[in-house]
Design a protein around this ligand. Sequence first.
Ligand code: SF4
Length: 320
Amino acid sequence: MRWSYSASRSFRQCQRQWFFKNIVANAKAKDPFRRRAYLLGKLQSISAWRGRIVDDVISNTIIPSLKRGACITLNVAKNRARDLFDRQLAYAKRHPITDSGLQVSKEGDDFTLLHPMEYEGKLLDHEIERAWCEIETALVNLFSLDVVKHILKSSDYVVSQRALQFPLMDDVTVLAYPDAIAFRSDAPPVIIDWKVHTFGTNDAWLQLAVYAIALSRCKPHSDFPDGFELQPQELTLYEVQLLTNVVRQHSLEEEQIIEAEEYMIDSAYEIACLTEGKKYVDLRVDDFRSAVHAETCKRCAFRAICWEESHVHRNELFSH
Ligand code: SF4
């Protein structure tokens, strides 16, 4: 089993949601139910979509330019974001989720499925306009954050969205994708997590601690420095809230590392006890607890298939 921070959050919110995403969804399965779960799992809220566009521009335009030593302007970044935004919006409006020939891997970076298209059948103009304004704000803020500019420019090199894996316990592998890791010759690396949250009040230390532990325990990639080895407490961690322009620096104490390790083990153990290593054919949706809050179902990508199985929170949602 693969454990990730986001999967652990999903499991705690709703075990069924975790089941649909991690056990049922399968891109290659011939079973139409499993393929449907896979495509439903690709649905994004408007806010997640606009956050992903910002991540994409940072990872695929800004960081590669810095790597080449080229100068990148705010306008270039905004133009790249606008191009992605327009193409993905046009694709999302077509909403080809039921096309039998749809192959996600062949759709390129246009591929976007939005939650409101599936569940409300439309996108609201004011929400789309706000999404674009927030993308612009996030990029303007990024270019104004001296601390972040300094880290990115002074590093030897920066890798983005790199998969870090390590074995946690029997049959459980941790998988982490930090937004950016900046390697420096004169100091331990820096891990950066970009957040595009309207309120930006969530303290992301636990997520960053998981990334730090993953970087210290994973098998180094071939482009990591020679003899790469470090302890999580040596790393500097930055949570960059791009909408509120808040940068939080986290350094880990021994106690926090222990707390993060316990969180990973407790969560992985809880999931492993419920699934007992069983595969899709041996598990039933009823083995998994549904969400406690109706609001979780409202935002859930798998509502369509979940409600075919049961009527969890259905009446509560329709009465709002
Ligand atoms: S619709 Fe509700 S109960 Fe069903 S998977 Fe989603 S969050 Fe869980």
